[in-house]
Structures are given as C-alpha cells and as structure tokens.
Design a protein around this ligand. Structure first.
Ligand code: 13P
Length: 288
C-alpha cells in the first residue's frame, strides 16, 4: 500500500528504529526491494532522484510501475514513493502530480531565507494532496545525481527557524555525511544532531548512509534519525555480482539473466540494512 511518510517516520522515531530509503533505478531493483521488505515485514521508502525518474521514462512511469508492482507482488507493507533531492518547486510539483506520496525539496544551496521561501511553496502545494515533505539544511557533501559540493554543517538555530516557518514533515540536516564513497572515516556531529532533534521535534534523515559504520548508524538513530538513505551500497553490491557473472560467461546475452545475477547480493544488502536499522517486523498501519 502506498502511503505518505508522516506516521511511518514518527513511529520509527518514537520506537527507536529507522526506516530505510532505498534508491531505485529500474523495475528489477524496485521488485528486489519490495520483495525483501515484504519478506521481512519492514516499511520502506523508495527514493527516486530526478535523474533516475528521467532514466525510467518520467514520474508517471515510475508511479505506475511502483503502483502495479505493489499489486502484482501482493505487497502488504506500507511503501512510500519519495522524490529524492527535488531541486525546485516545479520538480516537486511534477512528482506530486504524478502520484508520488512524498517529496524532498533540496534548496540547501541557497541561504536560509531563500531555502525557507522555496520549501514553503512546496509544503503549501504538497499539503493539499496529503504528500509529505522533507527539507535539507546545511549542505550534505559528495555527488548525488549531479548535485555536488562540500559539507556545510547545519546550524541548530537555522533548523528551528526552517521548521517553524514551513510545514515540513522531516528534516535532513547536514551533519558530516556525504553521498557516494567516503574518503576516510565519516565524522557525524552527534551532539548537534540531538540538539536539532530536541529543538525541532521532527524525524531526522541521514543522507549518504552507505559506507557509514554500523556503530554510527545506531548512534545516529539514538540521536533522532528516523530514516537513512541508501543508494551507493546497493549499486556496489549489485554491480560486483553482475561483473563476476559476465566475466565468467562470455556467451550470455539474455538481459534477464544478466540483471538477475545481482539479485541475491542486492537483497542481502537490503536485508543487512533492515537488520541494522531495526525496521524488521515494524509493519505499521497505513495512514492513507
Ligand atoms: P548514498 O549514495 O551514499 O547511499 O546516499 C544516498 C542518499 O543519500 C540519497 O539521497
């Protein structure tokens, strides 16, 4: 069942686990994620960047694909279809109009005032359709679908102001994580994370969760993180197995066999993240 993220993330925050957002790139990955999360009765968020949506044909294609996969696979867990890093109002509107149940507006490249102004246009629109909104503050480093940059740590006061002035449902404060592969050890700002949690009362989102050690993920959850975003770890797990498969068989040309060769490792990675975040058997009541 497709739901928005409101109750899913509040429940996770209150119960001390985190929901996984897995980024999807195609039909097969979507099926792998849905099947593994259903098997483990774990609520899940499917993250779709603008680039991934374009790659798959567009927001309506993605919505239709996810919607019918849920039916054909008899998926009973709550599933959120979430726009990852929407860069402006128009992008978020396209996803909402296509049927996405949640969007992220990433206006983090602007100053606080402009970030608030853009975020508010998105919440005003999203609220009319029962769509939840995640915002970013500070700047998460690394490279995500062409959005690059260095880490700019979020300030507690700015998080409070953004929360008060907009109607967001979750907040992604930049606190040391980066998208993609880490060069060196990630250093997350836990004291500030806890302060932001206590002062905003919003479920927090940890972007760039691939490659973050287990201890840090658990610590982040204890400091208010209710959602972690995973993309790179899935890409690495899947492509490693597909590469091995192709290297071992010069004759294979059936795309189903090639794509499927990464399924077991991909699902194992999904399972490990569900286990790590404590989201197994956290099936909750759908909210829409
Ligand atoms: P990783 O690619 O580091 O897993 O980050 C994913 C992410 O944060 C998507 O928004």
């Amino acid at each position: 069942m497709l739901v928005n993220s409101k109750e899913m993330l509040i429940r996770a925050r209150n119960k001390g686990y985190a929901v996984c957002q897995f980024n999807i790139n195609n039909l097969e990955w979507t099926r792998f994620i849905l099947e593994e999360c259903e098997l483990n009765k774990a609520p899940v968020m499917l993250g779709v960047s603008s680039g991934a949506a374009k790659y798959m044909g567009g927001y309506s294609t993605v919505y239709s694909m996810v919607n019918v996969l849920i039916k054909d696979l008899n998926i009973t867990i709550p599933v959120v279809l979430h726009l990852d890093h929407g860069s402006d109002f128009e992008t978020c509107k396209k996803a909402i109009d296509a049927g996405f149940t949640s969007v992220m507006i990433d206006a983090s490249k602007y100053d606080l005032e402009k970030n608030i102004e853009i975020t508010k246009t998105v919440t005003d629109y999203a609220n009319k359709f029962n769509v939840t909104v995640e915002a970013e503050i500070g700047h998460i480093g690394g490279d995500e679908d062409g959005i690059t940059g260095n880490i700019l740590y979020a300030e507690v006061d700015d998080c409070v102001t953004l929360t008060k002035e907009t109607n967001i449902d979750s907040l992604a404060p930049a606190l040391g994580s980066v998208h993609g592969i880490y060069k060196g050890e990630p250093k997350l700002e836990y004291t500030r994370m806890l302060e932001i949690k206590n002062n905003t009362d919003l479920p927090l989102v940890l972007h760039g969760a691939s490659g973050i050690p287990e201890y840090d993920i658990k610590k982040a959850i204890s400091c208010g993180v209710a959602k972690i975003n995973i993309n790179t770890d899935l890409q690495i797990a899947w492509s490693k197995k597909v590469r091995e498969f192709l290297n071992n068989d010069n004759e294979v040309y059936d795309p189903r066999k090639i794509i499927k060769s990464g399924e077991v490792e991909f699902k194992k990675t999904v399972y490990e993240k569900l286990l790590l975040t404590g989201s197994i058997n956290q099936f909750n009541t759908p909210n829409i």
